[in-house]
Write a protein that binds this ligand. Structure first.
Ligand code: DGJ
Length: 395
């Protein structure tokens, strides 16, 4: 055995059997592929909780509900069970079996000590027309969560950053004049708020979604609105259970889905996808100095083979690794619409070049990837070099 292996056992090749292999089957503690799609992860008191859509073998509709898995190391996942079940005995319930429950996210409210879940809800048998957000709450991370309600967002409210002139201009927007999509005049009308106005009374549409808790404890809901044409960011109330009425629009008519957001060195970064159903497409990226913008578009953050289709996946979350500086995991789903429960996961480290995030495919990696520039490893390597040098002078 190599002497350095004896001195530094954690550097031994092959010792670290823990690895993340995107696109493969990820067995839970019962040996079954994790069933938590379109998900997100909450870190709470030393444990990561992964929430996601339970998918069945033949349909993407919700037959079971929202799942929860837990892990202390991000490699070994214990099935906690169904955090929010569908309702089996009331066909009029919003979340009756057969509805659509997508992209659940859970955040912890330090003031109320409650775990708050929001997800995208579509009513059973209505396709994707409802475009509602639903909220549920629990005293424990595993649940069971108590369903509260579903709704469109901020009825009667216009984006807070819309100027008086822009508001006045809304009166001149006549929906009948813009029936044909994707024409220059239609783009201009969408930009000015044609669909915001259309949905003003009933509330803004919300499909693919994300939650983000900022350093000051304020939480935000980010969602594809206006028929998936425009992203909106809306502030949540102090208890995280409702919206305050304050929101902005991002990239009108940009057709962004699957928003995944993180913050680094005071800068907000958001990775999104285009809008092509279950088929993968090229990721997009935005950044802003404040959650309220201005949001600037960047090129596709993915690099290498299949980067033009996000390695076959679609973003769902960016997971900050606890206790490691600048360690963020890009999480995405490889959908399998013909066999939904067989959908796979992509987890890749986010890297930075001149402060700008990028994501590169790796067949396999482990969390110590993040330590490569970290002082400990440098110290380790320096020590190793000293020992090797000393040994070379002895022998
Ligand atoms: C893409 C979305 O990102 C998914 O969450 C899901 O709604 C599919 N579209 C449905 O086609």
């Amino acid at each position: 055995m190599c002497l350095c292996t004896l001195i530094f056992p954690d550097l031994a090749l092959g010792k670290n059997a823990k690895e993340i292999r995107s696109g493969e089957i990820w067995p839970d503690n019962q040996g079954v592929h994790v069933n938590a799609h379109g998900g997100g992860v909450l870190y709470h008191k030393g444990t990561y909780y992964w929430y996601g859509e339970n998918k069945s073998d033949t349909t993407s509709s919700a037959m079971v509900g929202i799942m929860c898995y837990s892990s202390r190391n991000l490699y070994d996942w214990k099935k906690e069970g169904v955090a929010l079940p569908v309702v089996l005995d009331d066909e009029f319930s919003d979340i009756t079996k057969g509805c659509i429950m997508e992209r659940p996210k859970v955040i912890y409210n330090k003031k109320t000590k409650k775990f708050v879940m929001w997800f995208h809800l579509e009513l059973k048998g209505k396709g994707y027309a409802a475009a509602r957000s639903a909220v549920a709450v629990s005293d424990t991370p595993q649940g069971p969560f108590k369903y509260i309600r579903s709704e469109r967002i901020n009825p009667g409210k216009l984006p807070f950053d819309m100027t008086e002139t822009q508001r006045a201009m809304l009166d001149t927007l006549d929906a009948d004049k813009y029936k044909q999509w994707w024409t220059p005049v239609w783009y201009e009308a969408i930009n000015k708020g044609l669909f915001v106005k259309r949905d003003l009374q009933g509330g803004q549409m919300a499909r693919d979604m994300q939650l983000f808790v900022d350093d000051d404890g304020k939480a935000y809901h980010i969602y594809s609105s206006e028929d998936n044409l425009t992203l909106q960011i809306a502030e949540l109330s102090d208890d995280y259970l409702s919206h305050t009425g304050k929101y902005i629009r991002i990239a009108p008519a940009g057709h962004n889905e699957a928003p995944a957001i993180f913050k680094r060195n005071g800068e907000y970064w958001m990775i999104t996808s285009g809008c092509t159903g279950w088929a993968p497409n090229e990721a997009r990226m935005f950044s802003a100095p404040s959650i309220w913008g201005p949001w600037k578009k960047h090129p596709n953050p993915c690099r290498g083979p299949k980067s033009e289709i996000t390695f076959g996946g679609q973003s769902t979350y960016v997971l900050p690794v606890a206790g490691k500086k600048d360690a963020f995991i890009f999480m995405a789903d490889i959908w399998r619409p013909k066999h939904p429960s067989d959908a796979r996961y992509i987890w890749l480290p986010i890297q930075f070049e001149n402060g700008v995030p990028y994501v590169e495919w790796m067949d396999s990696w482990s969390l110590d990837f993040f330590d490569k520039n970290n002082l400990n490893i440098n110290a380790h390597q320096k020590m190793l070099a000293i020992v090797m040098k000393a040994m070379a002078s002895i022998f």
